[in-house]
Ligand binder design. Sequence first.
Ligand SMILES: *Cc1c(COP(=O)(O)O)cnc(C)c1O
Length: 473
Amino acid sequence: MSNTTRRDQRTGFRSLPSIDALLRRETIQGLIRVAGHDAVRNVLRLVLADVRREIRSSTLGGEGVALNPLPLIEERVANALDRKADSLMQRVINATGVVIHTNLGRARLSQAALDAITTVATSYSNLEYDLMTGERGKRGSALEAMLSEIFSCEAAAIVNNCAAAVLIVLNTLADGGEVIVSRGELIEIGGSFRIPDVIAKSGARLVEVGTTNRTRLSDYQKAISPETRLVLRAHPSNYRIVGFTETASLAELSRLARENGLPLFEDLGSGCVTDLSDCGVGGEPTVAASLRSGVSLLAFSGDKLFGGPQAGIILGEARLIDLIKTNPMVRALRVDKLTLAALEATASSYARGQANEELPVLASLRLSLSELTHRARGFVRRAHQHSPELDLTVIDGFSVVGGGAAPEAKLPTALIRFGCGETPVNEMEARLRRNRPPVIARVVDDQLVLDLRTVTAQEEKEIIAALSTCTSA
Ligand SMILES: *Cc1c(COP(=O)(O)O)cnc(C)c1O
């Protein structure tokens, strides 16, 4: 190291202010008012450590910076705090056309669900209070009665999510005993929810039957022993075995289970409540069909096709649901009042026969190709007026249901393909993502596309504004 470099370093270190001196500066005080004292101090420490390291390795460009590092430090602190604030949850525009997008928060709630949340969040409520008797009431009992009515089943129970539902059902009914599952259904559904692991955690032992692609009724039959407590059927969600396959039907399986005095439990995952075959989502088992087939219990998610908040909905025989409710685990897995309020409002849309109109998930799935084409053309016209340099085309394509439901369903849609001069696709994708509000687009065959199926009319305007900033960037 030359003497000049060493002298530069000494000057650099000497010019670095102390944390306390920095915390007293007006700009930093302004950041403290927005982000809080501790957050700013912690970020300052990290930034100062970086600057020291850069002085030591002489990567801090220019003598000027080393002599007066203050503007650089303040800018870096402000940027780091911005990034931190930006990582908090915020609204994003889902232009992917994936209706139940787990990474983007799954179902959007109905207006009625939002109103219900606001009401119970800002007031006291009869959450656990019986207004008729003035005595303690049961949380969620009205909702459970409503769900039993909607699905014509004996009883219902609500827990935190479908994973919790599977766990508590298995723990209640099969702890210490055996659970029979087809090898074709030993699935992982993302977020590290793996059926074999959940069975192990429930205290039950997994008995695998059949093969990955074929499991016959006789395979189940042979596996039944005095240790068997339950037969499990799991919806394969995002995964499909195609070709040379065979599975026992739910009706056959439930007959076998009943003959052997065993409960049959189905993990439906998405839980298709209404028949969606007319909008291109065929083959998805409905909740009602499963119940008719004679399952003893089933569980599905509140925030997938049901279109409500995160929850696990368990339906079936009252005798079994009563057992689940006496499991101490149920207290640990219970939902909060905001979730209950939103679920009640969502269930009420079904009870009134208004689900298709009121629930955003179903309304999105039911948007017709002609409607989407009309919207896409209008969008392109307005976007061209706004930014004539954009290259926008309406093309045929497909939307995706998401949430593990009907992975092979093809919902016809009108995609808006766009490009801007020579800007690479991934660069455009990143610019839209970094827009505020972020716009999440989809890349199909190395082309960037927008699908208005998951976009509101108001959001269309924001996307058009985002596109124009992206092209001028
Ligand atoms: C999505 C899914 C789950 C988990 O549901 P959460 O509500 O997210 O806990 C469980 N089983 C299946 C088959 C699923 O598709």
